[in-house]
Write a protein that binds this ligand. Structure first.
Ligand code: 5GP
Ligand code: ZN
Length: 112
């Protein structure tokens, strides 16, 4: 599978991992768009949310539900923003569903 994030998950490529469990991986974004910027991926390959069955989506729900437990580790105390880009208009560049976790600063809201 020629997918960058699958290669991080399978440890074929190194990245800056901050949390991992049997279901998901959280690592630092290489080009941060906020003071702290992480990417959360589930450990199965789906390009789009639309490719997931209801059963598959449980993995994503489980990953999201875990976030409050990681408040201290990720520095989420002040609040955080989650973004999932889907498709070209949204600017999705990596074809493996991922949740951007942005935090560590006040953020504006000016979508194009
Ligand atoms: P997208 O644009 O698909 O929503 O998000 C892809 C994200 O992956 C971008 O924020 C980009 O900076 C990040 N990214 C791309 N290549 C790498 C890489 O090699 N390592 C890491 N850690 N992040 C990457
Ligand atoms: Zn993948």
């Amino acid at each position: 599978m020629d997918c960058l994030f699958c290669k991080f998950i399978n440890k074929e490529l190194k990245t800056d991992i901050v949390y991992e469990d049997e279901n998901m991986l959280i690592f630092k974004d290489i080009a941060p768009q906020a003071k702290r910027h992480y990417l959360m991926v589930v450990k199965s390959h789906f390009k789009y949310l639309a490719d997931m069955t209801e059963n598959d989506s449980i993995m994503l729900a489980r990953a999201l539900k875990k976030l409050p437990e990681l408040t201290e580790l990720l520095g989420l105390e002040g609040g955080y923003r989650l973004v999932i880009n889907q498709g070209d208009d949204a600017g999705q560049t990596v074809p493996h569903v991922h949740v951007h976790i942005l935090c560590g600063q006040k953020m504006g809201w000016t979508p194009a």
